[in-house]
Design a protein. Structure first.
Length: 162
């Protein structure tokens, strides 16, 4: 039997970090100020205080303390609070990958989708962002307006996993 637990996590400070121009200069300022580089496409990086997850070529989702980032961006991008519009859903257990295959268009079972990887995909007609936290868990960022719908969808789908 495939095991998966679906848990809604408490709200957390979430931000969209967007670079509009001068990406090399922003990346240099970021690395100098933060002590680590901006994560590459499809990956995450950071510290206990700040985690950056890159889903798009010029956009990162940030979790944590983003207070230093406006000065790093200067006029080359924007930092936008989005935590009020996102629900964090933890999928854990041996079946989280199989569950994500239900109603989705992304190969969550691919070995390349490993710890630290991220993806933006459509599941049950909604844009969901995924971040692999461990071999046994994946964090899904779900639009708040669709939280109840995706939770119901995943709970029903989990019953049918083999």
């Amino acid at each position: 039997m495939t095991e998966v637990t679906i848990s809604t996590l408490p709200a957390a400070p979430l931000w969209a970090f967007e670079i509009w121009r001068n990406p090399d200069a922003v990346a240099t300022r970021f690395a100098a100020a933060m002590g680590f580089a901006l994560p590459k496409m499809g990956t995450s990086g950071g510290s206990d205080a700040l985690r950056l997850i890159r889903y798009e070529p010029t956009v990162w989702l940030l979790e944590g303390d983003a207070s230093a980032l406006p000065s790093i961006l200067d006029t080359d991008g924007a930092l936008t609070a989005i935590g009020g519009g996102i629900t964090r859903v933890l999928l854990s257990g041996t079946g989280w990958r199989r569950l994500l295959m239900e109603g989705g268009v992304f190969d969550a079972e691919s070995p390349a989708f490993a710890v630290g990887c991220s993806a933006s995909t459509i599941i049950d007609h909604v844009n969901i962002r995924l971040h692999v936290q461990s071999e046994e868990s994946c964090l899904a960022y779900v639009p708040l307006s669709y939280t109840q719908g995706i939770l119901h969808f995943w709970q029903e789908a989990a019953k049918a996993l083999d």
